[in-house]
Design a protein around this ligand. Structure first.
Ligand SMILES: N[C@@H](CCC(=O)N[C@@H](CS)C(=O)NCC(=O)O)C(=O)O
Length: 191
């Protein structure tokens, strides 16, 4: 059985929930109160963060690592393209995710200039999506999963208007048709 130490509001956990749903894997959720984390969580992840995934004796923190693990452990449907170059380009985006997360969290903290930096990064994603249908290339995959939870939160919680970024807005609309993503949008609305 797959166990996910999870927090509903956490976008890193959302990455893992989306991948589990895409793979059709059943999992058990252990909801962690991020404001009052149990001491035992530090035994599973020394930095005390969620998500943590447990399966077959493996205890895995770090959402990007967990997503890669799940994609290999449950190969169908594949969440990276077959072409190695295309796959590398998607992995590069995940590797450079801080380019989005830094301004995103700076804006949440109300830091000056953060809005402009976040807009710049969203414009960069929009320019990529004007050239290809998904951040992962020709098909939906882990680069899309890597970014979507923050784009949804920027739109729904920080009031970022995506309509001025047509390719990005269209990407969100197309992804929302997937049941894995629709479940996240519903969860977000209930927070
Ligand atoms: N790099 C980690 C980040 C996970 C993370 O920051 N999770 C947040 C919740 S959204 C957390 O557990 N925060 C508690 C803390 O920062 O101590 C990942 O990708 O899984």
């Amino acid at each position: 059985m797959v166990i996910l130490y999870d927090a509903a509001r956490c976008p890193y956990c959302a990455r893992v929930r989306i991948v589990l749903a895409e793979k059709g894997v059943e999992w058990e959720t252990v909801e962690i109160d991020l404001d009052d984390r149990p001491r035992w969580l530090y035994e599973k992840n020394p930095v005390g963060k969620v998500p943590v995934l447990e399966e077959n004796g493996w205890i895995l923190p770090e959402s990007a690592v967990i997503c890669e693990y799940l994609n290999e452990r449950y190969p169908e449907p594949p969440l990276w393209p077959a072409d190695p170059g295309e796959r590398a380009a998607g992995r590069l985006l995940v590797f450079r995710f801080d380019d989005l997360s830094k301004p995103y969290y700076a804006l949440r903290r109300g830091e000056e200039g953060a809005r402009g930096s976040l807009d710049d990064e969203l414009e960069f994603l929009d320019s990529l999506l004007a050239r290809m249908p998904f951040l992962s290339g020709r098909g939906f995959g882990l680069a899309d999963v890597g970014y979507l939870p923050w784009v949804l939160r920027a739109r729904d919680q920080l009031g970022v208007d995506l309509e001025r970024l047509p390719a990005l807005a269209d990407w969100v609309e197309r992804l929302a048709e997937r049941s894995s993503v629709a479940a996240e949008i519903e969860l977000l609305a209930a927070l």
